[in-house]
Design a protein around this ligand. Structure first.
Ligand SMILES: [Zn+2]
Length: 138
């Protein structure tokens, strides 16, 4: 069986064919984010969304907030930037992630010392600029 990626009109599809050339499976949605989605997510998140991490977007990976195998779409509304470490160990270190209308929100682990409420991730330069402006004008 061979898997090929077919790009057509900006969308990427995964097509698997048998040795006889028959189409065995066809994906309507790719598990890997395309470069346009990556750019948009990088602009929104700025880098790893875990507070205090500081790994920039270029060194971060894209995480499906609802896992792809559990039906989570490969969509910017289901994706956040995480560094290699936080991507691998997110479950073990206790940070919780969710999406709220396309905005990533985080809840800290008990040891983090915050009030354990859901908070919007604020690592994005765009979001931080808006926040700074709000603070300066009030
Ligand atoms: Zn990180």
């Amino acid at each position: 069986m061979a898997a090929r990626h077919v790009a057509c009109a900006g969308a990427i599809q995964r097509v698997a064919t048998g040795s006889d050339g028959r189409i065995v499976a066809i994906g309507t949605e790719e598990r890997v984010f395309n470069r346009y989605q990556r750019r948009a997510i990088a602009l929104r998140d700025g880098g790893c969304v875990i507070p205090g991490c500081g790994v920039p977007a270029g060194w971060s990976e894209i995480h499906h907030v609802t896992e792809h195998v559990r039906g989570g779409p490969t969509h910017t509304d289901n994706a956040v930037l995480l560094c290699w470490y936080h991507h691998r160990f997110l479950d073990r270190i206790g940070w919780q992630l969710r999406m709220n209308n396309g905005v990533p929100e985080l809840k800290g682990p008990p040891w983090h010392g915050t009030d354990h409420r859901w908070r919007a991730a604020t690592t994005s330069p765009v979001r931080l600029k808006k926040r700074a402006k709000r603070i300066l004008t009030t």
